[in-house]
Design a protein around this ligand. Structure first.
Ligand code: AMP
Ligand code: GLY
Length: 433
C-alpha cells in the first residue's frame, strides 16, 4: 500500500513511525513532514519516508499531489484541514482518506455545536449557555458568580478559552471575544461554561460511523511551567495510562459518552469516521466533557502509539470502511511517558534554527523514541524549527521507570534555550504513592 500522511508535528511523526511498521506499506509520503519523519524507513522494504513541501492547509496542492501519486490511503493529522473539508474534497475525487468529514469536524471547529449536541443527547458536561450577543452572555456569567470559562465558538489556535474567577474578569472576557473580536469571527458566538474543579484527562476513541473503540487513558500537561503554572500550550508532555481513572471508570465513562455520541451522530446524519478525543474533567460529581476534538491529540498520540500493538494501517482502514466491530485493540501493558522539549519562549515568541545535538544518543537508549515536531534539516544538521521541538518518549514497566527513562533521554539532547517541564507524570506518581 502507498500512504500519504498530512501534517508536520510530533503527532504526525508518531503516526508515520507506527504506520511505517506495517507490512502492508511499501511507500509513504508526508506533507509537509519534519526532519525526524524524513529519517523513518518502512519495515517492509527499508524505503525512506519522503517529505513533500506542501502545507496541511493547502488543499488544492495536496489534491494535485494525491491525484498524481494515487496513495491507497491518506491519513490526516491536524484539525484545520479537517475543518476545511479535506475529507469531503478528496472523497469527491475518488480518493481514500482517513479522518472526519467537515460535518463531523464541527465537534471541534464549533464549541457551540458541541455544547448543544452534548445537551441534546445527554452527554455529561458543564452547565453552560451559548450566546451571540454580549449582554445576555454577561448576565449568564453573573448567574455563575463570574466563576466560569468563556470560550470562543470557532478555532482560535487553542487560545480562545478564557478562565474567569469573578464577574469583572468574566465581563472583560466577553468584551474581549465578542466586542474586541480578539479571535475574529471565531468569537462571533461564545459558549460559557461553569468552572469545573477536578483532574483533567484525555480520552481517545477510534470511530467508524457505527462503532467507537476506546483507547486506554492518558493525561496531558497543558501549562508551560512545572506545577501547572505559566501559559497554556498545545501540551508539554503526556503519559499513559493515568492512575486518576480506573479501568472500571473508563468503561463507565465510555458508556456515558460514546453511546449517546454515536446515537446522536446517527440521528443528526453525521457519519463520524475518524478519531474522537474528548477532554474530560473528573469532578466530584463524576466525569464531565469539557470539549471534543476530532483528531488525535498531540502529544497524546506519542504515548498511545508507542503502546498500541495493532497494525495501525489495519485499524485506520477498518475505520474508513466501517469494520471496526471486527477489530480488537490491544495495548502494551507498559507505561509510556512523553516529555516535550520546546524552544525557549514558547508559547510566546521564540527563535528558530538552533542546532540540536544528542538525538542519536537519546534514541539509542532502550525503550526510547524521540519524536520530532518543529525540526528541520539545515546543512547536514538538525535544527529547531517551531515552538514544540521534540517529544521524547519512553516505555517502562511502570510510570516511575518510563518517566526516569524519558528524562535520561532528555538529558542527552541539547539545543540553545531548550525548555521542558521536569514534572511530567509527577502528580500521578505522587498520587499512587
Ligand atoms: P478546551 O479547549 O475547551 O478544552 O479548553 C482548554 C482548557 O481550559 C482545558 O484543557 C481546561 O484545562 C480548561 N477548561 C475548559 N473548560 C473548563 C471548565 N468548564 N472548567 C474548568 N476548566 C476548563
Ligand atoms: N494535547 C492537546 C491537544 O492535542 O489538543
Amino acid at each position: 500500500m502507498k500512504l500519504l500522511v498530512i501534517g508536520s508535528g510530533g503527532r504526525e511523526h508518531a503516526l508515520v513511525w507506527k504506520l511505517a511498521q506495517s507490512p502492508h506499506v511499501t511507500q509513504m509520503w508526508c506533507a509537509a513532514g519534519n526532519a525526524g519523519i524524513g529519517l523513518e524507513r518502512l519495515a517492509k522494504n527499508s524505503v525512506s519516508v519522503e517529505c513533500v513541501n506542501i502545507g496541511a492547509e493547502d488543499l488544492p496542492k495536496l489534491l494535485v499531489f494525491a491525484q498524481e501519486k494515487k496513495p491507497d490511503l491518506i491519513v490526516v493529522g491536524p484539525d484545520n484541514p479537517l475543518a476545511l473539508g479535506i475529507v469531503d474534497l478528496f472523497q469527491q475525487h475518488g480518493l481514500r482518506i482517513w479522518g472526519v468529514n467537515q460535518k463531523a469536524a464541527q465537534f471541534e471547529s464549533s464549541k457551540v455545536f458541541s455544547q448543544k449536541f452534548m445537551e441534546k443527547y445527554g452527554i455529561p458536561t458543564a452547565a453552560a449557555g451559548t450566546f451571540s450577543e454580549a449582554r445576555p452572555a454577561k448576565a449568564f456569567c453573573a448567574t455563575l458568580g463570574g466563576k466560569c470559562v468563556v470560550k470562543a465558538d470557532g478555532l482560535a489556535l487553542g487560545k480562545g478559552v478564557l478562565i474567569c474567577t469573578n464577574e469583572a474578569e468574566a465581563e472583560k472576557a466577553v468584551d474581549e471575544i465578542m466586542v474586541g473580536k480578539a479571535f475574529g469571527v471565531a468569537g462571533a458566538r461564545v459558549v460559557i461554561q461553569e468552572f469545573l474543579e477536578g483532574i483533567e484527562v484525555s480520552l481517545h476513541a477510534l470511530c467508524d460511523g457505527k462503532t467507537a473503540k476506546i483507547f486506554p487513558t492518558s493525561q496531558d500537561h497543558k501549562r508551560a511551567l512545572d506545577g501547572d503554572l505559566g501559559l497554556n500550550t498545545g501540551g508539554m508532555g503526556t503519559y499513559s495510562p493515568t492512575p486518576f481513572m480506573t479501568d472500571a471508570q473508563l468503561t463507565d465513562t465510555a458508556r456515558q459518552v460514546l453511546e449517546p455520541f454515536m446515537r446522536g451522530c446517527l440521528a443528526e446524519g453525521i457519519d463520524y469516521r475518524g478519531l474522537l478525543y474528548p477532554g474530560v474533567m473528573l469532578t466530584k460529581h463524576g466525569p464531565k466533557i469539557l470539549e471534543f476534538n476530532a483528531r488525535f491529540g498531540d502529544p497524546e498520540t506519542q504515548v498511545y502509539l508507542t503502546r498500541l500493538e495493532n497494525d495501525l494501517v489495519e485499524l485506520l482502514d477498518a475505520s474508513v470502511t466501517g469494520r471496526l466491530d471486527e477489530m480488537e485493540l490491544t495495548w502494551n501493558p507498559l507505561a509510556s511517558v512523553c516529555v516535550v522539549m520546546a524552544s525557549g519562549g514558547y508559547p510566546g515568541s521564540y527563535e528558530k534554527g538552533g542546532i540540536i545535538t544528542g538525538l542519536d544518543a537519546a534514541n539509542a537508549l532502550p525503550n526510547v523514541k524521540v519524536f520530532h515536531a518543529g525540526t528541520a534539516k539545515a546543512g547536514g544538521q538538525i535544527v529547531t524549527n517551531g515552538g514544540r521541538v521534540l517529544g521524547v518518549t519512553a516505555l517502562g514497566r511502570d510510570l516511575t521507570t518510563a518517566q526516569a527513562t524519558a528524562y535520561a533521554a532528555v538529558e542527552k539532547i541539547h539545543f540553545d534555550g531548550a525548555q521542558f517541564r521536569r514534572d511530567i507524570a509527577a502528580r500521578a506518581l505522587a498520587s499512587s504513592r
